[in-house]
Design a protein around this ligand. Structure first.
Ligand code: KG4
Ligand code: ZN
Length: 334
């Protein structure tokens, strides 16, 4: 079954064709660079840029897969969560194409797709397992009972992990998005230079809190100003160590408590090599991480996950009434 996937939840316009939920035939990603000088995504600009790019991107995904619209069996689209204007472009384009081509439509949850990008790295996934998605907008620790069946066991009570990396990078003036840049700077510093600590929740030992950690770094930076290059690197390394140690500790605890057969790590922050290394060292279950192009926002994860979901046919009412859900962060089903 050939599924064309469409992803426009934030600032990547992406389309991909995946065969039977496994074989990626094309994976086209157009990253919007217009937001860099705002230091964050400007929603209105993002939606307009998706509208300009969506048809050429879909066209390229079909061409690279060497297929025509007649060969496609269904169209999948990321329909939650994300920026409303951006989601609207993806969902309405997918609906229009599905209607014109007489193909079923499959709405997919963006965060579940990030997790599935990791699950699809294992040819024989065994459950129960633990999953984690860390990106610019979400931090989730999940018990996976099966594909499509998850229990959220922890989330952030303030900043998402990627958001904390981005905010610290901004404080250090090293650019946006800052996650990868901060990781690079951290390799030059001493992770024990500052005794930073991630926050804990009294309500749930699996919840995350990174906002106080960012404040600790802010005051340390103010105290030392002006910073030498070595001090900058020490701050980056100490922040990264505190944040990642907390993630690894909670991941390990969850694996033990839930008798996990595997640990699946997805989302943009999953590209962090230090995080991958620390998890590999600490966990007693096998770790699965997607390759870089499947960690960040992409449409291959949307088309691949859609293979496991129920299609909506253009003849039925539900097809026309399908609307994006911008704020659906914690419920992973669509
Ligand atoms: O999944 P993603 O591409 O987009 C969202 O759905 O948010 O994740 C982007 C996030 C950004 O916050 C970025 O700074 C972070 O992932 N990120 C990293 C690294 N690479 C990207 N964070 C830490 N270390 C990295 N190497
Ligand atoms: Zn994402």
């Amino acid at each position: 079954m050939y599924i064309l996937g469409i992803e426009t939840t934030c600032d990547e316009t992406a389309a991909s064709v995946v065969l039977d939920g496994k074989t990626i035939l094309s994976n086209v990603i157009l990253s919007q660079t217009q937001h860099e000088h705002f230091g964050g995504v400007f929603p209105e600009i993002a939606a307009r840029a998706h509208a300009d790019a969506i048809i050429p991107v879909v066209d390229r995904a079909l061409k690279e897969a060497k297929l025509s619209c007649q060969d496609i069996d269904a169209i999948a689209v990321a329909a939650a969560p994300g920026l409303l204007g951006s989601l609207m472009v993806g969902v309405e384009s997918a609906k229009a194409l599905a209607y014109a081509w007489k193909k079923p439509l499959i709405p997919v949850h963006h965060i579940e797709a990030h997790l599935y990008a990791a699950i699809m790295q294992n040819k024989n996934p065994l459950f129960p397992a633990i999953g984690a998605v860390f990106s610019g907008g979400h931090s989730l620790l999940l018990a996976i009972e099966d594909i499509g069946s998850y229990t959220m066991i922890g989330t952030t009570i303030d900043d998402a992990l990627g958001e904390a990396f981005d905010k610290v990078a901004r404080l250090m003036d090293i650019g946006y998005p800052g996650g990868a840049k901060l990781e690079k700077l951290a390799t030059k510093g001493n992770p024990d230079a500052f005794p930073f600590k991630a926050g804990q929740s009294k309500l749930n030992p699996y919840h995350f809190s990174f906002s106080g950690l960012k404040t600790q770094l802010f005051y340390a930076k103010e105290r030392l100003a002006p910073l030498s290059e070595a001090q900058k690197a020490d701050l980056a390394a100490s922040f990264q160590k505190a944040a990642l140690f907390d993630v690894v500790k909670k991941s390990h605890k969850a694996c033990l408590e839930y008798g996990a057969n595997g640990f699946y790590l997805g989302g943009g922050v999953a590209q962090n090599k230090t995080l991958q290394h620390l998890l590999k060292e600490k966990l007693s279950t096998p770790l699965f991480v997607p390759p870089g192009e499947l960690c960040t926002d992409n449409a291959a994860m949307i088309a691949a996950l859609a293979y496991h979901k129920k299609p909506i046919h253009p003849e039925i009412e539900e097809f026309f009434s399908l609307e994006p859900r911008p704020t659906d962060r914690f419920c992973l089903s669509f």
